[in-house]
Design a protein around this ligand. Structure first.
Ligand code: ADP
Ligand code: MG
Length: 894
């Protein structure tokens, strides 16, 4: 019988694995918005989003509401890694009946305790000083917490039943009571459950503790979860401490098969049968009871205490955890066992002593093992959700079972290792978790609040309000009008250049064409075949060395001809003379479709002798120099126009082209009668806005930040292309880098130490923003990027970096939207429509690959131009296709 009993208390390894799986499932259930209401493992968000980092300092007050006491504590932290906090405390007994009386009286009493305590511990001059005293409130009841300092009591327990508190914010109630005591310098800044404290006290500098296990009368665990997985809380970035409330694990029956008859008896006799099933197997409140029921059963089966009276065992609670621990902790012999049992009033034989000891060991060993199962579930869950192959983590442990049972730590460690071999947990003892930890929580909350203020100061100027955006839209509109006006054009920052493209494609275009694409990241030569079936093409990318980009114009155009010849040779096109469309993405004053004076270089080009010249002519001259006679340049166009045309081939509503790549620009179909710079009033013409230069006349100075000015000053064209420098791929990374430098200087990042690499211009690429902002914290990638820059980033550094990138890319998308809003609104008014339906052809890697840019752009545009229904089409190779289509439309017209 004894063997059978011992076997029933011993859970096989496979069963432990299954149980761990169930625990993990329940955890997910508790975190999900759809299923949390039914979950047994409650997974309550605590709104504690960081662990201490050792820099916390100052005085912190803690009030803990206990069973029949109020504990007050004053903790002084020195910012020394939290190695040696100074603490003073005082315990107040609660008056009879107050826990069943009026809620207000309870809170008044707590506030009085605070008042007495402060009067004793602080000298009068400090208490009257201006300094605020933050208070952390340990309130061990089930609350619906919505902020660190906002928690609605859901229900009382543990014998409390004060009126007028359920459904109220208990932080608010305590603050009001404290204010009544004329302690107006005391601020209640955090409310927490007692388990959270353990996690907080084990963290010191360079050693964050991210899991806490409390193995006490009850049992519970909390850990730092990825905030976006805590769907029951609003917070989505970073991490948040989750209070698992795992004591209720198994309340849906999942643990029934490991419940022994002794466990069932304990459950039946408890005040909450069927509830807290896990806790009843592991909490020290129950372990003595389990042993007691086992002894009764085994005696009945005549396996123990034969012939003696065991009536004393019939009384609930006689066998305490202390008895159990005394019996098992003695390794040599059974003298202690005998003494304990005799003190209880039993008359054990030598054999009885040995068997009782075995039973006790089995019950307590099982409790330790089950704690390990829970811990293993948490470990694996963290490892998985952090996308790690191995997890190294510190675990704070506290409680009677941990301190009282000599093998607890060993079992917790070895069994969790067996169940979660991918995780390495280091167990750390916690002392006075709830009190000291509450001070830590409070300190961390204040540290974060102070940090938040500085972050907001730095990022504030980049955050545009709706009014800011409306103003940008209005300014853009104004500059557009000035650019279109015959007399104002010369001084407008948005040049509104006529393109001589008067129609979008109608789908009937046909023929073979050559196309050139110059002005993007790559220089390309293409052959494009437009047929009834559609468009096909072949292309080749050629490098333009910086020496040529920035050398003489002759060299540049000679090089272009060389590339064309190479391409024609490879494609076997040398004998044909195909019409050529030239996508030339720099601002040009166009005099006709094939006549365009370069106004200025942008995007890193500076080739001499070109500005003011007809680019088509420069190309023709180069062809002549190179004796290439089979070249027929019929059209020069901007890449925005090409993008609009290529989308227009499939969608007749496409009357806008937009580029957000290295640079940014837009074009759209304007009424000829509004184009003051070209003769004629009939029909429409595509206008190349050159909006990148918007603001070059100073009209956007109010939105430029310190970072924008620094970035502008270090470019080859300071003061030019100011709008573009807020939006496009060539600059966003550099803006982020400037912000990172300032934040590091303000000690917000990288422990105040920038790497040499981070101080290198343009080292932070715009494509990093895409990776960093990708949904679901791709922490490892963020770390990898930062490691590339020789930066050793903490988790919080990564989260803040992400926020910086978001601020910069969001502003870019919003400004782009404000510009587009001006365009679509003008088109709508031009056509006298209440509602305009129009499409935009878009090209550019930033727009295409950034995870949020297009969404933010479209959302803002909808908001700023509600009367316009705008859809966006990605252009596939717009520059090439578009050049051919412009050439086709032109040759059709000719
Ligand atoms: P261009 O505008 O020169 O024709 P692209 O449209 O390809 O060429 O844009 C290139 C720019 O896109 C680069 O300057 C770079 O800053 C940016 N970029 C490249 N990759 C990404 C990415 N993954 N996410 C966001 N931006 C990117
Ligand atoms: Mg391009």
């Amino acid at each position: 019988q004894i063997q059978r009993a011992l076997r029933s208390l011993c859970i096989p390894l496979e069963r432990l694995h299954v149980m761990k799986g169930h625990m993990m499932q329940d955890m997910c259930k508790g975190l999900s918005r759809q299923t949390y209401a039914q979950a047994k493992v409650r997974m309550l968000p605590t709104y504690i989003c960081s662990t201490p980092n050792g820099t916390e300092k100052g005085n912190f007050l803690v009030v803990e509401l206990c069973q029949n006491q109020v504990r007050t504590l004053l903790v002084t932290l020195y910012g020394d890694g939290n190695m040696s906090p100074q603490m003073m405390y005082k315990i107040f007994d609660m008056p009879e009946g107050i826990t069943q009386g009026e809620g207000e009286a309870l809170f008044d009493f707590i506030a009085q305790c605070v008042s007495h305590f402060l009067a004793e511990t602080t000298s009068p001059d400090t208490s009257s000083s201006e300094e605020r005293l933050p208070l952390g409130f340990v309130f061990p009841f089930t609350c619906k917490q919505t902020q660190l300092d906002k928690a609605e009591l859901l229900s009382w327990s543990k014998g409390f039943s004060c009126s007028g508190v359920v459904g109220k914010d208990v932080v608010q109630m305590l603050q009001s009571a404290i204010n009544k005591q004329e302690l107006s310098h005391v601020d209640v800044v955090a409310l927490m459950n007692d388990t959270v404290g353990t996690l907080m006290t084990c963290s010191t500098e360079g050693r964050p503790c991210e899991i806490a296990v409390v193995a006490d009368k009850g049992s519970n665990c909390c850990f730092m979860a990825e905030a976006y997985l805590v769907e029951t809380a609003e917070e989505t970035s970073g991490r948040m401490c989750v209070n698992t409330e795992w004591g209720c694990f198994g309340d849906d029956g999942t643990l029934n098969d490991i419940f022994t008859p002794y466990d069932e008896s304990v459950d039946e006799e408890s005040c909450n049968p069927g509830e807290k099933r896990f806790e009843k197997l592991v909490g020290t409140l129950y372990l003595g009871e389990i042993v007691r029921h086992a002894l009764i059963a085994l005696t009945a089966e005549k396996a123990l205490f034969t012939g003696t009276d065991i009536a004393v065992l019939k009384e609930k609670g006689v066998f305490t955890i202390q008895h159990v621990l005394d019996i098992i902790n003695n390794e040599d012999g059974t003298t202690d066992v005998k003494r304990v049992l005799e003190v209880l009033g039993l008359q054990p034989s030598e054999r009885d002593c040995g068997r009782v000891q075995q039973i006790c060991r089995a019950v307590v060993g099982r409790a330790a093992t089950l704690h390990a199962v829970g811990l293993a579930a948490i470990l694996s869950y963290m490892c998985q959700t952090r996308d790690l192959e191995t997890l190294m983590v510190n675990v704070g442990v506290e409680g009677e079972l941990y301190t009282g049972y000599s093998r607890f730590e060993e079992i917790l460690q070895s069994v969790s290792r067996l169940l979660s071999p991918e995780c390495m947990a280091t167990l750390l003892p916690s002392r006075d978790g709830s009190g000291r930890g509450a001070a830590m929580v409070t300190a961390v909350a204040l540290r974060l609040a102070a940090q938040r203020r500085v972050v907001n100061e730095v990022l504030g100027p980049l955050r545009l309000t709706r009014a800011d955006l409306e103003k940008v839209q209005a300014l853009m509109r104004q500059e557009m009008e000035r650019g279109l006006g015959k007399h104002t054009n010369a001084t407008a920052s948005v040049r509104m250049l006529p393109t001589y493209v008067t129609h979008t494609p109608d789908g009937t275009e046909q023929g073979d064409f050559l196309a050139l694409d110059l002005g993007g990241t790559n220089f390309r030569v293409l052959v494009v075949r437009v047929t009834e079936e559609g468009i096909s093409m072949a292309s080749e990318i050629y490098v333009i060395p910086v020496a040529i980009m920035q050398g003489t114009g002759e060299r540049l155009f000679d090089h272009i001809i060389d590339c064309i010849v190479d391409f024609q040779t490879k494609q076997n096109l040398m004998t044909q003379t195909l019409p050529l469309g030239f996508t030339f993405s720099f601002p040009c004053q166009q005099m006709g479709l094939d006549k365009a004076l370069l106004l200025t270089w942008t995007k890193g080009f500076t080739a001499s002798g070109c500005v003011g010249q007809d680019v088509v002519q420069l190309l023709r001259e180069a062809a002549r120099r190179k004796q290439h006679s089979g070249l027929q340049v019929v059209a020069l166009l901007n890449d925005t126009v090409g993008t609009m045309m290529s989308c227009g081939y499939d969608d007749p509503k496409c009357e806008i082209g937009l580029i957000v790549g290295t640079g940014t620009n837009a074009c759209y179909m304007e009424e000829m009668k509004n184009v003051g710079t070209v003769e004629g009033d009939e029909g429409r013409m595509c206008i190349n806005m050159e909006w990148g230069a918007f603001g070059d006349n100073g009209c956007l100075d109010h939105i430029f930040t310190h970072f924008d000015r620094v970035v502008d000053e270090t470019t080859i064209n300071p003061g030019k292309q100011r709008f573009e420098k807020l939006i496009s791929g060539m600059y966003l990374g550099e803006i982020v880098r400037q912000i990172l430098l300032v934040m590091t200087e303000k000690q917000l990042l990288f422990q105040g130490k920038p790497s040499r690499k981070l101080q290198t211009r343009n080292i932070f690429q715009t494509k990093f923003l895409s990776t960093i902002e990708l949904n679901g914290l791709a922490l490892r990638q963020i770390r990898a990027i930062l490691n590339e820059l020789d930066l050793d980033a903490s988790f919080e550094d990564s989260v803040l970096l992400r926020e910086v990138c978001q601020a910069v890319s969001l502003r870019a998308a919003q400004l782009c939207a404000a510009g587009l809003a001006a365009v679509v609104e003008k088109m709508r008014e031009n056509r006298g429509l209440d509602q305009l339906s129009v499409s935009v052809g878009v090209d550019g890697t930033l727009y295409k690959l950034h995870p949020c840019f297009s969404q933010n752009l479209q959302k803002t545009l909808k908001d700023l131009a509600p009367k316009c229904d705008v859809s966006f089409h990605l252009s596939e190779d717009g520059s090439g296709k578009g050049a051919a289509l412009v050439a086709a439309v032109a040759s059709r017209a000719a």
